[in-house]
Every structure is written in structure tokens, then in C-alpha cells.
Ligand binder design. Structure first.
Ligand code: IPM
Ligand code: MG
Length: 368
């Protein structure tokens, strides 16, 4: 049987640096005879614009559709700030999400014990935190029509449209209920049903899916602004949260900071199962391209490495191997190995991106 295929789109900024550490891990799995992938690479974001005048070529889009999983680094950078909206690096990522129909975006926020003091919140609030935000990723105000900047009389008006169909809400709700069942059977749905019709529909549909298909899951609803406040106040009250595209974008950045560093958080964007049973899938760190530290060997590769672990779990049914990677990360952090983003105010000497990758590989070795 052919090896499963991975398409690596390292992108811009620190993307290629962190992805280099993921490639080491892929080679490690191959060398150990655990799993071998057919790996190919392509361009996305600013680097694709530089080479082809577009943040994602049709050819790369087609290869992403064919791949068993896509691993993405990061897109964007100040060099591209002045580009026309239609060819900005972010458009490449949004096109991948939309055309692959990756409607369910899993963003876990887990606070490693060794890092509990790095959060801006008190240790007792975040220690042991392990929550999962499920963000709808292919609809809502990110994609709704009409959109644009138009003339109205003699002034401009900027328009975006929040739009959700029942089936769009239902499918992301189902994916969140399924995940809740695998965890502690608790789901909190967030919207603004007090001010938005799309929020009223969101709440109704999530409740209907619950009553008909998942009555065993403890479901609660919360307005998203209150949800943001509750996430800061006592995040451990949550387990799985399901929310729309824009609220999910904001709430997941907030949840990320609870864990101490944005450099730690992975994500999986999943679509419908294919004929081979695997979902369409793209895995990427939650952090961005970090132009301020690009090329200096300072980037933390952990978010990308943990994203690869999610690929092992969700695309390739290698949950035990995913856990092996996660445990290796936990081990190096417990041993005090730190990239620059994880240094306390009292300093210390940070390791480089490569050294962090090597330490994780060494911990993988030791786990055999
Ligand atoms: C994210 C990012 C993206 C988003 C950008 C880069 C388009 O912030 O994945 O959270 O807004 O979805
Ligand atoms: Mg974001």
C-alpha cells in the first residue's frame, strides 16, 4: 500500500524554521519504522506571491485537495501589508480552508505544568488547564456576502455579512458533540443570541442537535462576551467550547494566552471524511509568522510539533504516537528546556529552535 501523503506548506516568517523541526520528527518516525509519509512541499502566502503573484496557485490548491493531510507553517509579514486585499498572504490560507471545506477547527489550550507561571493569570487559575475550542472555520462573517467597501452618497461604507445556514451550524455542532463525548461529556456553545439573529439560530440548532442526537452530553449556552470574561476568570469551568468563525478567532487567542505562550498551541482544521475514511485536514500552529524574530533561530517549534501530533491522531489514527510526541514535549519542558518566548523575567539562557527540536527527538528516543 502506498504511504500516506503529507503536503508541507511552510509559508512565511518563522514558518520554514519551525517546519524544519517537524521534518526531523517525520524522519524519526520513518527511521524507526513506525510510519512513513510521502512528503512534498509547496508555497503559500507571501512566498507564493513573490514567486507566482498569488498567495496560492491553483496547482498547490489541487495538491492540497489530494494530500492525506496538509501541514502549514505561517503566512504573512510586513513586507506584504500594502498588497491588494485579494492577494494578501492570508487569502491563501482562507482559500485552503474554504475550498477544502475545513469547517471544524480544533484549538486545544493546554497549560503544561512546567509553564503555569508564565501565564499572565495566577497559577491556580491555569495549572492543569485542558480545554478545547471548536471554531467554525468556513462561514460566518469571514465569508458572508455582501462584503466590500462601497460608496454610499459621498462617503465610503465597509460591509461584511454574518451568515450561517442551519446545516453549517449543525455539522460543526456534531463535530463538537463527538469530541465532547471523547472527553468529559460537556459542551458550552457561545454566540450573541441577545443581539444577532445568526446567534439565535446558532443557539436553536445546537440545542436541537443536542436533544435529538446527543442528549447525554451536558450542554450549556453562553453569550460570547461573557464567555471571554469567564475564560479569564475561571477557565477550568470549560471543557469543549463550540463557537462561530469570528468569536472563535478571538476566544482562541485569549485561551492561548492562558497557557503562557502563543508559541505552544497547535490546531487541526477538519472537513468531511473522504472515501478512505480520513477527513480532509490541515494542521497549523495558532501563532503567526512572527516577522520580528524571523531568521534568528528564536522561534518555538512546539506549536508546529504538536500540530503534527494532532495529524497523527486525527488523520492517521495513530493516537498512541501522538501521545508519545505530546509526552516528549512535556518532558523537555519539565526538564527546563526553554525557547526565548518561554523565558521568565529573571532570564536564563534560551535554546534555539533547532535545539528545542533536537531535545524533543531525544525525548522520543528515550520513550522507546
Ligand atoms: C487564525 C488567524 C487567521 C484568522 C488569519 C491569519 C487569517 O488569525 O487562524 O486565527 O483570522 O482566521
Ligand atoms: Mg486568529
Amino acid at each position: 500500500m502506498a504511504n500516506p501523503s503529507l503536503l508541507i506548506l511552510a509559508g512565511d516568517g518563522i514558518g520554514p524554521e519551525v517546519m524544519a523541526e517537524v521534518k526531523k520528527l517525520i524522519s524519526w518516525f520513518d527511521a524507526k519504522g513506525i510510519v512513513s509519509f510521502d512528503v512534498s512541499e509547496g508555497l503559500v502566502g507571501g512566498c507564493s506571491y513573490d514567486a507566482h503573484g498569488t498567495p496560492l496557485t491553483d496547482e498547490t490548491m489541487a495538491r492540497a485537495q489530494e494530500a492525506d493531510a496538509v501541514l502549514l507553517g505561517a503566512v504573512g509579514g510586513p513586507k506584504y501589508d500594502k498588497l491588494d486585499f485579494s492577494v494578501k498572504p492570508e487569502r491563501g490560507l482562507l482559500r485552503l480552508r474554504k475550498e477544502m471545506d475545513l469547517f471544524s477547527n480544533l484549538r486545544p489550550a493546554q497549560c503544561f505544568d512546567a509553564l503555569a507561571d508564565f501565564s499572565s493569570l495566577k497559577r491556580e487559575v491555569v495549572a492543569g488547564l485542558d480545554i478545547l475550542i471548536v471554531r467554525e472555520l468556513t462561514s460566518g462573517v469571514y465569508f458572508g456576502e455582501p462584503r466590500g467597501i462601497f460608496m454610499e452618497g459621498n462617503e465610503r461604507v465597509g460591509i461584511n455579512t454574518q451568515r450561517y445556514t442551519e446545516s453549517e451550524i449543525a455539522r460543526v455542532a456534531r463535530s463538537a458533540f463527538e469530541l465532547a463525548r471523547k472527553r468529559s461529556n460537556k459542551l458550552c456553545s457561545m454566540e450573541k443570541a441577545n443581539v444577532m439573529e445568526s446567534g439565535i439560530l446558532w443557539r436553536e440548532v445546537v440545542q436541537e442537535i443536542h436533544d435529538k442526537e446527543y442528549p447525554d452530553v451536558a450542554l450549556t449556552h453562553m453569550y460570547a462576551d461573557n464567555g471571554a470574561m469567564q475564560l479569564c476568570r475561571w477557565p477550568k469551568q470549560f471543557d469543549v467550547i463550540v463557537t462561530d468563525n469570528l468569536f472563535g478567532d478571538v476566544l482562541s487567542d485569549m485561551a492561548a494566552m492562558l497557557t503562557g505562550s502563543l508559541g505552544m498551541l497547535p490546531s487541526a482544521s477538519l472537513g468531511l471524511p473522504q472515501t478512505n475514511g480520513r477527513p480532509k485536514a490541515l494542521y497549523e500552529p495558532v501563532h503567526g509568522s512572527a516577522p520580528d524574530i524571523t531568521g534568528q533561530g528564536k522561534a518555538n517549534p512546539i506549536a508546529s510539533i504538536l500540530s503534527f501530533a494532532m495529524a497523527l491522531r486525527y488523520s492517521f489514527s495513530l493516537g498512541d504516537e501522538a501521545t508519545r510526541v505530546e509526552k516528549a514535549v512535556e518532558k523537555v519542558l519539565a526538564d527546563g528546556v526553554r525557547t526565548a518566548d518561554l523565558m521568565g523575567p529573571d532570564g536564563g539562557s534560551p535554546v534555539s529552535t533547532t535545539q528545542m527540536g533536537d531535545a524533543i527527538i531525544a525525548a522520543m528516543e528515550a520513550s522507546l
